[in-house]
Design a protein around this ligand. Structure first.
Ligand SMILES: [Zn+2]
Length: 398
């Protein structure tokens, strides 16, 4: 995890006002302002892209919970369809039984009818051929009457039995009709459930497609956002290089101004020597200032201290979340362990660059500030706060 500082301690707590107005070329400053403006526009585009992503994510989330609901419905439908299938199977079995019963009832009825017909035929055949014989063969009239009654009773019994069989057969046929109707009702419910299942399956597919389309849109906007982020990084590099250029122009202007001043003083001294050729101690008085000017010119140039980069703003930061945000407590942007007295952050200059500041050599290991603003690592937030905001000459150690 890279540690990229977000805000220095001072920036987070104190609003820095009244920065030193530099005297470098205004055209470079104009370029810096324009580049910063462009960077701001890119950043607002990134933020707009983030809003779009958030809106799409929210819609995607809604679709996902709808999909979950639909899957639940489908599950229920499958269960109810399974139950209907079970009911149907039960009905089918019941119908088989009823039809078996009906078959038996029909057979019983037919058998009864056949038996009855035979019995009646036999009785009437006997009675018709030998009615008198039967009368005569009877030992008494009571016997004959009893016989006649038996015949009547027997046929009545047969008719009752036949009626009973018929009734049973009709009842079973009625039952068969009812079971067939129930079976048809179950079939109707099965069709309805299947239709509903198809409907829900179609909704599920449409919602899947919707989610995929949201995801595609999100990926597209994310890729646009990544492009913009890369552009912002390039723009930051551009701004840093412009600031560096401005600093160099500032130093060159200073040198030119000092050079001009030195020439003016030399000319002045030459004129004074010419006008007062009789003066005796003036030459010894004139020499030291010349040496001093030369020495100071050398100091701000390429002397033993290294290349002068300019007068930079200094602030301090620590590993706390106020200073480092989500990178708090991690490694530096260059992958080193941040170390007080060594680690500093500044953009526009390679990692590992050594800077001489106030007689101490630091190493650029982190990012977070633009070129011209050195953020110095400290162990605690109170140390960072105490450091405040300062200005110092910064030299490149070579
Ligand atoms: Zn801090």
């Amino acid at each position: 995890m890279k540690m990229k500082k977000m805000l220095s301690a001072v920036l987070a707590s104190v609003l820095v006002i009244g920065s030193v107005t530099p005297c470098f070329a205004s055209s470079t400053q104009q370029k810096i302002d324009e580049a910063k403006q462009q960077k701001q526009e890119m950043e607002s585009s990134i933020s707009e892209a983030q809003d779009k992503i958030d809106a799409l994510e929210s819609k995607k989330g809604q679709s996902e919970s709808y999909l979950e609901e639909l899957n639940g419905q489908l599950e229920e439908l499958k269960n109810s369809l399974q139950k209907l299938q079970d009911d149907y199977d039960d009905k089918q079995e019941e119908l088989g039984q009823v039809q078996q019963e009906l078959e038996e009832a029909k057979e019983s009825e037919a058998q009864q009818y056949k038996d009855m017909k035979i019995r009646i035929q036999y009785m009437y055949e006997n009675s018709s051929t030998s009615y008198v014989e039967m009368f005569l063969s009877a030992d008494s009239i009571s016997e004959f009457l009893s016989r006649a009654v038996n015949i009547a009773q027997l046929s009545e019994y047969d008719r009752e039995l036949l009626d009973q069989y018929q009734e049973t057969r009709e009842q079973i046929a009625e039952k068969e009709k009812q079971v067939i109707q129930e079976k048809e009702e179950i079939q109707e419910l099965q069709i309805q459930s299947q239709d509903k299942q198809e409907e829900v399956s179609e909704l599920i597919e449409a919602t899947y497609n919707e989610i995929r389309s949201y995801q595609d849109n999100i990926s597209q906007v994310q890729s646009e956002q990544a492009d913009l982020l890369a552009q912002v990084s390039a723009q930051e590099e551009e701004i840093n290089s412009l600031i560096r250029q401005a600093k160099e122009e500032e130093i060159a202007a200073q040198k030119a101004e000092e050079e001009a001043q030195r020439r003016r003083e030399e000319e002045e001294a030459a004129r004074k020597q010419q006008s007062s050729s009789s003066g005796s101690g003036s030459s010894t008085v004139q020499t030291p200032p010349q040496n001093e000017t030369e020495e100071s010119t050398e100091d701000s140039g390429n002397s033993g201290q290294g290349k002068y980069l300019g007068r930079f703003r200094l602030t301090s930061y620590c590993p706390c979340p106020i200073c480092c945000g989500s990178w708090s407590g991690g490694l530096t942007a260059s992958g080193t362990v941040p170390t007080a007295g060594r680690t500093v952050a500044m953009g526009g200059i390679p990692f590992g660059t050594k800077l001489l500041i106030n007689g101490h050599v630091y190493t650029v290991e982190d990012r977070g500030t633009a070129y011209g603003h050195v953020d110095i690592f400290n162990n605690t937030h109170s140390q960072a706060l105490a450091f405040g905001s300062q200005y110092a000459d910064v030299y490149l150690v070579e």
